[in-house]
Design a protein around this ligand. Structure first.
Ligand code: FES
Length: 169
């Protein structure tokens, strides 16, 4: 389908944008879909960043300033955290039963952070999502946009450890 002036392209080829686009479509792609769509961004990405706001605002024909205002007004919405790296652990049912508690334990015990927190050196922020749309790969975490499926505690330790070390170098 051609992309018209009011249909911005998704910020990346991340499949989660399709989930977000689906919410907008179901709500008629009107400004009234704004809050519901921001909920979907939050639930699938774990936070809302500028790219998401631009995509949603453009698609729903809402001024960017309004979308930003709504996203920051409601405490439910989590804006992009301050960590240089983001680790989003999916805590949806499929992921939870496949080992999320172990993943959260790694983040707590090895890196000292719980969901919603950032390491003291601001390197890594930990967030949770409700379902990142990859249940077949459970348990899933998304580190800096990379979807990591069938994730073990040691793989997560290694990946997040790399984020910390790379920045330290
Ligand atoms: S519940 Fe984790 S990807 Fe769906």
């Amino acid at each position: 389908m051609p992309i018209g002036p009011f249909k911005p392209a998704p910020p990346s080829d991340d499949k989660r944008w399709k989930i977000v686009a689906g919410t907008m479509r179901r709500h008629g792609e009107t400004p009234n879909a704004l809050i519901e769509t921001l909920h979907t961004v939050q639930e699938t990405f774990g936070f809302i960043d500028k790219d998401a706001l631009r995509f949603v605002a453009g698609s729903l024909r809402v001024p960017l300033s309004k979308a930003y205002g709504v996203a920051t007004f409601y405490h439910h919405f989590q804006m992009k955290p301050k960590g240089e790296h983001t680790c989003v652990i999916c805590t949806g049912t499929a992921c939870y039963i496949k080992g999320v508690p172990e993943l959260l334990a790694v983040m707590r015990d090895e890196f000292g952070i719980s969901p919603g927190e950032t390491t003291a050196d601001n390197r890594v922020s930990l967030l949770t999502a409700r379902c990142v749309g990859a249940c077949g790969l459970a348990p899933v975490a998304v580190v800096d946009g990379d979807v990591m499926g069938k994730l073990t505690a040691s793989q997560l330790r290694e990946r997040v450890g790399r984020c910390v070390r790379d920045d330290a170098a």
